[in-house]
Design a protein around this ligand. Structure first.
Ligand SMILES: [Fe+2]
Length: 255
């Protein structure tokens, strides 16, 4: 990709890997689906600038699961950042993702764009929230900003997506984040996972964008937990110098 082209990021989410490669989540083999997605990402990675994983990396919090995921993602050859979802063990994440390319760092800067990673995990709970420390870190990062445009990346969506059982376990008390989005026009999007299907919605002058899961698909609109039949996949985002975001999902339809 030419230096004058957009900044291209790849977003992966909700991989839910187990130490046991044959283990299933919600009836699907998560390892097979992850492998298919990784294979589909490889040609995109050759023309991308960064990788983001928006949480629920490993389902069983196993050291082997994190080590394996770190080794697999390193093969993409991209700098990247990972944040915890409700299923993750942040200590294992910090140990396994110690770099050099992919880390648990607070931000990733590529040209005109800064991605700020926020941890929405409430230990022991399924819904998420931004603790005071995370909000303070967001304020500090915005204060120190050296780029014209910002993406905030976190696990739990800050808005309802129209799927009642998922909306009940989304980000709690989103008003503090909403106030910052409304006050800071450089924040162009909030990237999330957790809901296991893609959305792209306007929110307070920015957008809330999610990636599909590489594990089980969750059916949009379902009142109660319902597995969907979508294949695994990842999201690409092309970020322009004027703050524009072009984005889409690649489905890993073939094994
Ligand atoms: Fe998940």
């Amino acid at each position: 990709m030419s230096p004058a082209g957009p900044v291209r990021l790849l977003q992966l989410s909700d991989t839910h890997l187990f130490a046991d490669p044959d283990k299933r989540q919600a009836g699907v083999n998560v390892r097979d689906r992850f492998n298919r997605t990784l294979a589909a990402m490889k040609p995109w990675a050759a023309h991308a600038h960064g990788l983001l994983h928006t949480g629920d990396l490993v389902h069983d919090e196993s050291a082997a699961g994190y080590d394996d995921l770190a080794a697999q993602l390193a093969t993409l050859g991209l700098p990247g950042r990972v944040i915890p979802g409700n299923h993750d063990d942040p200590r294992q994440m910090a140990r396994a993702f110690a770099g050099p390319l992919i880390t648990t760092g607070r931000s990733l800067v590529v040209r005109d764009w800064t991605v700020i990673m926020l941890n929405t995990q409430i230990p022991g709970a399924v819904p998420g929230a931004l603790a005071e420390g995370e909000l303070a870190a967001l304020d500090e990062a915005l204060e120190a900003l050296t780029t014209d445009h910002v993406i905030v990346a976190m696990h739990h969506p800050p808005i309802p997506v129209g799927t009642p059982w998922l909306d009940a376990i989304a980000l709690q008390r989103p008003a503090a984040l909403q106030a910052r989005i409304e006050a800071e026009s450089r924040i162009r999007a909030v990237l999330v996972g957790h809901i296991h299907h893609p959305v792209d919605r306007p929110w307070c002058g920015a957008r809330v964008i999610s990636a599909p899961s590489t594990a089980a698909d969750f059916c949009p609109g379902a009142a109660d937990f319902t597995r969907g039949e979508a294949p695994p996949g990842f999201r690409w985002l092309d970020l322009g110098p004027g703050g524009e975001i072009d984005t889409g999902v690649v489905w890993a339809t073939h094994g």
